[in-house]
Design a binder for this molecule. Structure first.
Ligand code: AMP
Ligand code: TRP
Length: 329
């Protein structure tokens, strides 16, 4: 049997090239090797403020972006989280083996709740347990994500091990898959932050749906470091970030890229990078627009069926393990 991978993105905000480079790109590359499940995590999106109409539209948009990124629905299972109610059922059971202290240590929660801790939603606090349920429900081996999800993956592993210890071997303990290059693409306007969907400043991110002029303008305004040489250099995060985007979108090696930019300035780098990004995103956006509603409905229906099959089998086992399979004797 092929090993399994599971991953997902929230249908909030706009997906950007950081999401592509850090996550979707790896999903598409791994799908042929693994039995793959790619979920649009719309229940996680309930932790953010969003009107129902937008949430509905974004859920479909994110799935289209998966497909445009090369996820093949004939090879992988693409589905919507809320179509498989076992995710919420398992969350409750895992809540009962997770500790307050563990969730309080989650940096993403601390950042998001920083200003208004008393008013932070319980859902936001519990977000990592829903994520653990997503992963464990499918007996997942590998979870391809960006750097920012590493801590959530460690928690998922701890929850799985604790459950297995208390109730007997039930869940496979998953490993994160975080690529060495590109797991944390930085904001163009501030290389001290990651590129983020929830950033109010749209100039920090290149969205996967941005048009050519917007892409050129955003790169032109991108912040650079002091020094003039164009090369990969950890002490100069802004330039290294731009070069990393260039590297991963063009598939050229670091050596080739440094040779190409030798003796050239920031203006040249920004304009070459903008053209490479436009070249990458043009066919991407054509694929994005080419997916009909009917096709998407069919993909969701098939995905739901296949995901439910696996989820039900795990839940049957979990219910028996904890002794809630029903009182029928
Ligand atoms: P999210 O936007 O939080 O739904 O993230 C979807 C996926 O993209 C997750 O696997 C994230 O770790 C990844 N991701 C988000 N932002 C970045 C970034 N700036 N660089 C690399 N990967 C990212
Ligand atoms: N929390 C993840 C993010 O913000 C999204 C997510 C939810 C996820 N469930 C998941 C990622 C399961 C991987 C596996 O990026």
């Amino acid at each position: 049997m092929r090993k399994r991978i599971f991953s997902g993105a929230q249908p909030t905000g706009n997906l950007h090239i950081g999401n592509y480079i850090g996550a979707l790109r790896n999903w598409a590359a791994l799908q042929h090797e693994y039995d793959s499940f790619f979920c649009v995590v719309n229940l996680h999106a309930l932790t953010a403020t969003q009107d129902p109409k937008t949430r509905r539209e974004k859920t479909r948009e994110v799935a289209r972006l998966y497909l445009a990124a090369g996820i093949d629905p004939k090879v992988s299972t693409v589905f919507v989280q809320s179509d498989v109610p076992e995710h919420t059922e398992l969350t409750w059971i895992l809540n009962c083996v997770t500790r307050m202290g563990e969730l309080e240590r989650m940096t993403q929660f601390k950042e998001k709740a920083r200003k208004q801790r008393e008013n932070a939603g319980v859902g936001l606090f519990d977000y990592p347990v829903l994520m653990a349920a997503d992963i464990l429900l499918y007996q997942t081996e590998l979870v391809p994500v960006g750097q920012d999800q590493k801590q959530h993956l460690e928690l998922t592993r701890d929850i799985a091990m604790r459950f297995n210890r208390d109730y007997g071997e039930t869940f496979r303990v998953p490993e994160p898959f975080i690529s060495k290059v590109g797991a944390r693409i930085l904001a163009l306007d501030n290389p001290e932050k990651k590129m983020s969907k929830s950033d109010e400043n749209v100039n920090g991110s290149i969205y996967l749906t941005d048009d050519a002029d917007t892409i050129r303008r955003k790169f032109k305004r991108a912040v650079t470091d002091s020094g003039t040489e164009i090369r990969f250099d950890e002490t100069r995060p802004a330039i290294t970030n731009l070069l990393t985007i260039y590297q991963l979108l063009t598939g050229r090696t670091r050596e080739e890229i440094e040779a190409h930019f030798e003796g050239k300035g920031y203006a040249q780098l920004k304009s070459d990078l903008a053209e490479a990004t436009v070249e990458f995103l043009t066919p991407f956006q054509e694929r994005f627009r080419g997916i009909s509603d009917e096709e998407l409905d069919r993909i969701f229906a098939a995905g739901r069926e296949r995901a439910s099959e696996v989820a039900r089998a795990t839940m049957k086992d979990v219910r028996e393990r904890v002794g809630i399979e029903g009182a029928r004797i």
